[in-house]
Design a protein around this ligand. Structure first.
Ligand code: GLN
Length: 488
């Protein structure tokens, strides 16, 4: 039998129900692996061993009483952007290094109610701004496949933790690619649902019209189970969708015979690494063998998504991050002279370079003299980008392409070149601007590094995306590959 941390959630759940091991033993297994391997990977900012063991014991009681659900006793990690009651919630920033959340985010609360012990909080780019996890106050995360490379970002800790078997699944958030891009770099499955599918309550806001919570797991089938428990209306988040959540697990085995796959020509042009292209094309061939047909489509405005995003997202971030003022919570400078000094030094000391850059861009594009030229224009283009997808989904059922233009790059390679860093999300950002669901699954590696295939669906089609991903994972073994780890 393969090691515990290579097994699916349903296999682990069956073993728990059969009493092969207890939830406590399973949680101890993962805590042991974190102890052994997390040091150099740096996937966790906080490890909450005591809380995890208490939750695992409660799960064991539920199991013994016959009240267990499919996730009872399955250990999870949460991105440190989600508020966790009584536990440090840093958002990867010095600003919140001293912040202990007084409540749980809805997503956390729901996964807890499903019986999933929380192992800890995962590392991330500061305030989810980044594509490499190098902007974290807690230091970079290293890619478990090659410790000299980045894991992607901003949810790099969650992706690396799942890839290294330091948790069964993990939550993440995706504003412009922060679930799909690290999932691709670390060789795991990652899904960003439709905007509004999961509550944003208690999820520290970056760009409110784009932010969405999702899942990292070892397979689409595992992700389906976790998403099921997270998704759904929350009256505390006015943008959460008041629409029923279908049963994702029962959809997984649906036929994909006759599936129409759209390949956007803009996603296969210049800038795409040939090794990544080859792996993506091989996966699409598999889909054809499974009965799908392939159609070239065009998303003519997609190439504008990066510039549009870097107006809209900073604008929203400049507003959202105004709350960190040194008064109510978070970092406060020493011996402030007056209120202005308190604001300036608290924010100056608390935020890192990338966050400051975004706040400045955002404030600029929203200012009276530049609003029409930048912010308004970006909003207009955002509409055109959405319209491109609407037209595409009149012709095809799903859009596929690479998740990223290259495999994981070296630590430090783009750290001083913001534009090169921003271009990592060239294939993922349009999805957020249009509010659509997107998923990344591992396909054949290129030069030994994982490659992600991206699937984009129409609104609320996450069940179909998981089904399409699952069918490929039943026919291939790419998602079963795991990195060889070195001891901490
Ligand atoms: N890499 C993008 C950024 O830096 C997206 C981040 C995200 O999705 N949170 O903003």
């Amino acid at each position: 039998m393969s090691p515990i941390h290579d097994q699916s959630i349903s296999a682990l759940s069956a073993a728990l129900q059969a009493g092969e091991f207890s939830a406590r033993e399973l949680t101890e297994h993962y805590l042991g692996r974190i102890e052994q391997f997390n040091g150099p990977i740096n996937a966790y900012i906080s490890v909450t061993a005591k809380l995890a063991l208490t939750a695992a014991e409660q799960a064991d009681e539920r199991l013994a009483a016959g009240h267990a659900g499919p996730l009872t006793g399955i250990p999870i990690a949460h991105k440190d952007i989600f508020c966790t009651n009584g536990v440090k919630t840093s958002c990867g920033s010095r600003m919140l290094d001293n912040f202990v959340a007084p409540y749980d985010a809805t997503v956390v609360e729901r996964l807890q109610a499903a019986g999933m012990p929380m192992l800890g909080k995962t590392n991330m780019d500061e305030f989810a701004m980044g594509s490499s996890n190098e902007t974290s106050f807690y230091g970079p995360v290293r890619n478990p496949w090659d410790m000299e490379r980045v894991p992607g970002g901003s949810s790099g800790g969650s992706a690396a933790a799942v890839a290294a078997g330091l948790c069964v699944a993990a939550t993440g958030t995706d504003t412009g690619g922060s679930i799909r891009q690290p999932a691709a770099f670390c060789g795991v499955t990652g899904i960003k649902p439709t905007y509004g599918r999961c509550s944003r309550w208690g999820m520290i806001a970056f760009a409110s019209s784009l932010d969405q919570a999702g899942v990292f797991a070892r397979s689409a089938a595992d992700a389906a189970l976790v998403l099921q428990a997270m998704a759904g209306f929350d009256e505390r988040d006015s943008t959460s969708a008041n629409a029923p959540v279908p049963d994702y697990a029962t959809q997984l085995d649906d036929s994909i015979d006759g599936l129409r796959i759209g390949l956007p020509k803009e996603y296969f042009g210049a800038g795409l690494d040939p090794g990544v292209a080859t792996s993506v094309e091989a996966a699409i061939k598999e889909y054809e063998a499974l009965g799908a047909s392939v159609h070239e489509i065009s998303l003519p405005n997609a190439p504008l998504s990066v510039p549009v995003y870097y107006v809209v997202a900073p604008a929203e971030c400049s507003s959202n991050l105004a709350r960190f003022d040194g008064v109510r919570y978070g970092h406060r400078c020493e011996s402030a002279q007056d209120l202005e000094d308190l604001y300036k030094r608290s924010r100056g000391e608390g935020f890192g370079t990338e966050v400051k850059r975004r706040i400045m861009i955002g404030t600029y594009v929203l200012s009276a003299g530049y609003y029409d030229a930048y912010y308004l224009k970006a909003q207009q283009l955002r509409h055109l980008i959405s319209d491109d997808f609407r037209r595409a989904f009149e012709q095809v059922d799903v859009i596929m392409g690479p998740t990223t233009p290259s495999t994981a790059f070296a630590l430090g390679a783009k750290a001083n070149d913001p534009v090169a860093m921003y271009l990592n999300d060239i294939y993922t950002i349009a999805t957020n601007l249009a509010g659509l669901p997107g998923l990344s699954i591992p396909v054949a590696p290129a030069d030994g590094m994982p490659v992600g295939l991206q699937l984009i669906g129409d609104v609320f089609q996450e069940g179909r995306l998981l089904n399409i991903a699952h069918r490929l994972q039943q026919a291939t073994d790419w998602h079963r590959m795991a990195p060889r780890l070195t001891l901490a």
